[in-house]
Design a protein around this ligand. Structure first.
Ligand code: SF4
Length: 489
């Protein structure tokens, strides 16, 4: 009997949750080990489960899907020995569509389909905004779904395509879906990578030696295997890699790109390179912009670890106020799979963060965090800082107020639960109970990301829907369920 995983308990659960990470490699002797390393580097994008598919001429397609961290599953001989082959893809999952919390193993990617011209495995990062409608249509026409994941639609749409090869069938399928998708797929001989027309989610290409290639959600996945970064897969591009050659096509109608700006703020690893820019440097620059927009007299600038750190460094450098580690993170308290008692639950944020009392006492402290979602963690952090004897607490937030949910592969609470959807900035300050609260402006965020002129409201460079309510792809399924889009200004 399949055992369902215990529910993860995250003491810092007032965060937008990472999406998924995808990785693929071709032309190496033991693809599964490379894929596992790539997935390990992408673990920050999803910790709930992971899966690997490989192909070996002697054994055919092989797959392993497991709950939990890559390091706990895809390092053991009893798993890795079942995954021979020189081509493989992998996926780390945080459930953004399909069953949530108690993920079933059937929802863990990659998904696999056997077609008349051979097998094909697919791993998807993002969220399809018309998946419910497609699923309904496919089921009415006889498709039998194995999972509750939106990504499985791609396999069923491929099955209905009349194209003669699998790469063309993937194109056919992806022309029917809407929303955000970066995809890695594999056949017996090909590794395939695709980004949606707007390029909402990232995907990069790397090379190992003369003829081996890798695809990864982020460049940190290439670094870990020693692959050289070649380039990003362009928005709307499909690459098919076979026999050491990369073939590029453009299956979709051209559209202005709208990369997710939150990848710069929070999701991607700070050592990754996005759009030719260091993620760390963009985050540091956000702190510089914040210090210009929202100065305040204080004694210390402290990050809320770890994601607030580069912005806090930037704020300190710009303001001249000393940077200090006022809050220390327990490095060994990840998302735990203990089932906490009520008493443990009430300890909440203290399980992960502790105040450096000797430093904080009597000081006016600026705390720099990446975002405010419900505000519950911010309240707990304020309590801890004041209990430690701080004289004043000022919050500076490295993203604009999150007032709208994301429908493109990031787990956000419904709009009614987003603090910024219910309150003005000053009401939020009073609710959290701090001396001041300031968010970076959308223009400031764009400047930090390298757009000197700020956000052009007629043609924004990025998807920033969770801040602006300006959705680059109408979320068809959610509109059908009654979601009210922002009225045109
Ligand atoms: S809505 Fe926000 S989190 Fe979602 S893709 Fe757009 S910018 Fe990223």
């Amino acid at each position: 009997m399949t055992q369902l995983p215990r529910l993860p308990f995250d003491p810092l659960d007032d965060k937008l949750k990472e999406e998924c990470g995808i990785f693929g490699v071709i032309g190496v002797t033991d693809a599964a080990n490379f894929v596992a390393l790539g997935m390990h580097a992408l673990q920050h994008r999803g910790q709930e489960a992971g899966g690997i598919v490989t192909y070996d001429p002697a054994t055919g397609f092989n797959s392993a899907r497991r709950f939990g961290y890559v390091r706990d599953n895809f390092t053991k001989a009893d798993v890795m020995d079942t995954l021979p082959g020189s081509i493989g893809i992998g996926h780390v999952r945080y459930s953004t569509a399909g069953s949530k919390g108690a993920t079933a193993i059937r929802d863990v990617q990659p998904f696999f389909g056997e077609f008349s011209m051979g097998g094909c495995a697919i791993a998807h990062n993002g969220n399809l905004t018309n998946a419910h409608q497609l699923r309904r249509e496919l089921i009415e026409r006889g498709s039998i779904f194995q999972s509750s994941s939106d990504s499985e639609c791609i396999i069923h749409l491929m099955a209905r395509s009349i194209q003669k090869n699998l790469a063309e069938r993937i194109k056919d399928a992806l022309r029917r879906v809407e929303g955000a998708f970066s995809v890695v797929a594999m056949t017996r001989t090909k590794l395939i990578g695709v980004r949606d027309p707007l390029g909402v989610r990232p995907l990069v290409l790397g090379r190992l030696g003369e003829s081996a290639y890798a695809l990864s959600s982020e460049t940190c996945g290439l670094d870990i295997i020693g692959a050289e970064f070649v380039r990003e897969i362009e928005p709307g591009e499909m690459v098919v890699i076979e026999d050491g050659k990369v073939h590029s096509t453009r299956p979709f109608a051209p559209a202005p790109s709208r990369f997710c700006i939150f990848e710069h703020v929070y999701f991607s690893r700070p050592d990754s390179i996005l759009e030719g820019r260091s993620v760390y440097e963009t985050r540091r620059q956000i702190g510089v912009e914040l210090a210009k927009e929202a100065p305040v007299e204080a004694d210390l600038v402290c990050p809320v670890p770890d994601s607030g750190t580069p912005a806090a460094i930037g704020y300190s450098q710009q303001s001249g106020i000393p940077y200090a580690m006022g809050i220390i993170r327990n490095q060994y308290m990840g998302r735990t799979f203990i089932e906490p008692t009520e008493q443990i639950r009430n300890m909440g944020v203290r399980l992960k963060l502790n105040v450096n009392r000797a430093l904080i006492k009597g000081k006016r402290v600026i705390l720099v965090d990446d975002s405010v979602v419900r505000g519950t963690t911010s309240i707990k952090i304020r309590e801890m800082i004041l209990e430690a004897g701080a004289a004043e607490v000022h919050f500076r937030i490295a993203s604009p107020p999150t007032a709208w949910p994301c429908f493109y592969g990031v787990d956000t609470p419904e709009r009614a639960k987003l603090l910024a959807a219910q309150m003005t900035e000053d009401e939020m300050r009073a609710f959290i109970g701090v001396d001041s609260l300031k968010f970076i402006s959308l223009d400031g965020l764009y400047r930090a990301a390298g757009v000197a002129a700020g956000r052009d409201p007629k043609a924004p460079k990025y998807c920033d829907a969770c801040f602006s309510g300006d959705y680059p792809v109408a979320p068809a399924d959610m509109i059908e369920k009654g979601f009210a889009m922002k009225a045109a200004e």
